[in-house]
Design a protein around this ligand. Structure first.
Ligand SMILES: [Zn+2]
Length: 91
């Protein structure tokens, strides 16, 4: 197996346990050392309260009903959501 070229080494923090981990990025977009779940919206408390005040509605998902916000709170930023291998494999 040919050695894959390493593009970058990143330090990321696990969103579940807060442990820092080393993530190795390879050319071509592959990575290892952590599990990336995409961008996670961050909300300010005020935006969240506004959205809660707008109320919720019941939404059916499969056999269950869920309360879903009528209005989504406006995120002020997006953070990358990473989990360390330990947390990822726990579930
Ligand atoms: Zn973790």
């Amino acid at each position: 197996m040919p050695q894959r070229r390493i593009v970058d080494r990143l330090k990321k923090r696990c969103a579940v346990c807060g442990m820092s981990m080393r993530v190795i990025l390879y050319r071509g977009g592959a990575y290892r050392g952590g599990h990336y779940f995409g961008k996670w919206p961050l909300h300010r408390k005020r935006e969240m309260e506004k959205a809660l005040k707008a109320g919720t509605r019941k939404v059916r998902f499969g056999d269950s009903w869920y309360n879903v916000l009528k209005e989504d709170p406006k995120p002020y930023a997006h953070a990358e959501y990473w989990e360390c291998p330990k947390c990822y494999w726990q579930e």
